[in-house]
Design a protein around this ligand. Structure first.
Ligand code: SF4
Length: 206
């Protein structure tokens, strides 16, 4: 598949699985994305709403001990670890006057923040072209045949060289939707797939 075809199929995926981000505040997007690790969407939304209901800003969170966050976070996987990360990040953001950096390397220096989380913040909150590659983006891109890679990091490099920057920001959210509902990890529902004819996966089935 050449770059033009990859871009065309990605545009169709984005239009079939639109994802609207209601929250764009950088600190909240950062913290919610950390909460989302190993969680379903509905859990992330519930836990984030609970946490920000109690502690609306970085300053409020920075003044807490991690244990104080347990009641709000305990529905989330890894909640003890995430509580520690969130308080530490809140302290650093508060010390910086409440400002979250709009820079990949600076974001990745925060505990619990990898390239995927940093790229989501850059794209959702700052409108900076960034392609967040998680397991859904990695799996779907390899199944369809956009890339032939072993790791999400390799997929990020390969996809960003194939796709125009204008598509990077929307692709993560749309492929997450597609990965949860159609191109599932174990039993993809290929009969409901809008890009069935384009998919090169040898195991696809109607
Ligand atoms: S045809 Fe099946 S394997 Fe291919 S992208 Fe669609 S759901 Fe995934």
């Amino acid at each position: 598949m050449d770059a033009k075809q990859v871009a065309h199929v990605c545009e169709r995926i984005i239009s079939f699985f639109p994802r609207i981000h209601h929250e764009t505040d950088p600190f909240r997007v950062l913290i919610s994305t950390i909460i989302s690790q190993r969680n379903r969407d509905e859990v992330t939304e519930r836990v984030s709403a609970k946490l920000f209901g109690l502690y609306p800003t970085a300053k409020h969170l920075a003044a807490q001990e991690p244990e104080a966050l347990y009641p709000a976070l305990q529905e989330s996987g890894l909640y003890r670890q995430k509580s520690k990360w969130i308080v530490e990040i809140a302290k650093r953001v508060d010390e910086a006057g409440g400002v979250v950096p709009n820079d990949l390397e600076a974001l990745c220096r925060y505990p619990g923040v990898g390239r995927k989380t940093a790229n989501i913040v850059l794209s959702v909150s700052f409108g900076i072209p960034a392609l967040a590659v998680d397991t859904h983006v990695h799996r779907i891109s390899n199944r369809i045949g956009f890339v032939h890679t072993k790791t999400p990091e390799q997929t990020e490099v390969a996809l960003t060289s194939l796709l125009p920057a204008s598509l990077w920001g929307d692709l993560n959210g749309s492929m997450v939707e597609m990965g949860r509902n159609v191109c599932k990890p174990l039993k993809p529902v290929c009969s409901a797939c809008p890009v069935f004819d384009d998919c090169e996966w040898s195991e696809k089935h109607r």
